[in-house]
Design a protein. Structure first.
Length: 243
């Protein structure tokens, strides 16, 4: 039996496409496994934080990653400069998170007052009564910047400020001073703001499920490619024998 493997008949383009697709799917599978491991560590830290006593802000800033999700107490003075974070849904209703700068001994700390419903009119920000804050108690949060969201509010120094996400660099520009690299999500103690903080949006089990799906797709793609190559080789062999 003679198998024709001449360059003209070998499917180079299909092979390259299949190889790239399989590599991408395997890579996405391992990425989901990494995300699962991160979530497992995060949940373990949250459980440890819930069992621990409150810590002060200086201690948390000494090792930010280790103290994320821990409850922190800080003393200082809140400024009347409001940052509204847009597109925050709660129970299907649109609203905002409201952040204000809090002058602590360690620097300017952005504290998240919580969620407030929108007015129903685009361009109109809801009003609220600013609580008197000299001592704050909340959960340490490290905001993650979404690079796909492009901030357009460049009216620096004009308050209140409407932002699309908690971007500490942008907040620093609006305040004209640097801010600490964390925010503090205040605890729900007697407030008109809704404070239902969800530290982990997607469970580790979901990441594991997505990883299995990506690996399954990679195996399926490899199987289809090998079967098509086998069929092609058998067809080439049959034509060679007939000749």
């Amino acid at each position: 039996m003679i198998i024709n493997t001449s360059p003209k008949q070998f499917p180079y383009l299909a092979t390259v496409v299949a190889f790239v697709a399989i590599v991408i799917m395997v890579g996405l599978g391992f990425w989901q496994l990494d995300r699962k491991a991160d979530k497992d560590i995060r949940l373990a830290n949250i459980e440890m934080a819930n069992d621990s006593a409150h810590i002060d802000l200086a201690q948390a800033l000494g090792n930010i990653q280790s103290y994320q999700d821990f409850t922190v107490v800080a003393s200082g003075r809140a400024q009347n400069k409001y940052f509204y974070i847009d597109n925050k849904l709660l129970g299907g209703r649109a609203g905002f998170h409201v952040l204000v700068p809090f002058e602590a001994d360690q620097g300017t700390l952005m504290i998240n007052l919580g969620w407030i419903p929108g007015t129903g009119m685009r361009g109109s920000l809801p009003e609220f009564i600013m609580p008197r804050l000299t001592t704050v108690e909340g959960v340490v949060h490290i905001p993650l910047k979404n690079t796909f969201i492009k901030e357009t509010n460049i009216a620096y120094g004009k308050f209140p400020v409407l932002l699309q996400q908690v971007d500490l660099q942008e907040i620093s520009l609006h305040l004209g001073t640097s801010v600490l690299p964390v925010t503090l999500r205040l605890l729900p103690h007697g407030t008109d703001f809704v404070r239902q903080w969800q530290a982990v949006i997607m469970s580790p089990q979901k990441h594991l499920g997505y990883a299995v799906q990506w690996f399954g797709l990679a195996i399926a793609a490899l199987t289809v490619y090998l079967l098509s190559m086998l069929k092609r080789m058998q067809g080439s062999s049959s034509r060679a024998e007939n000749e």
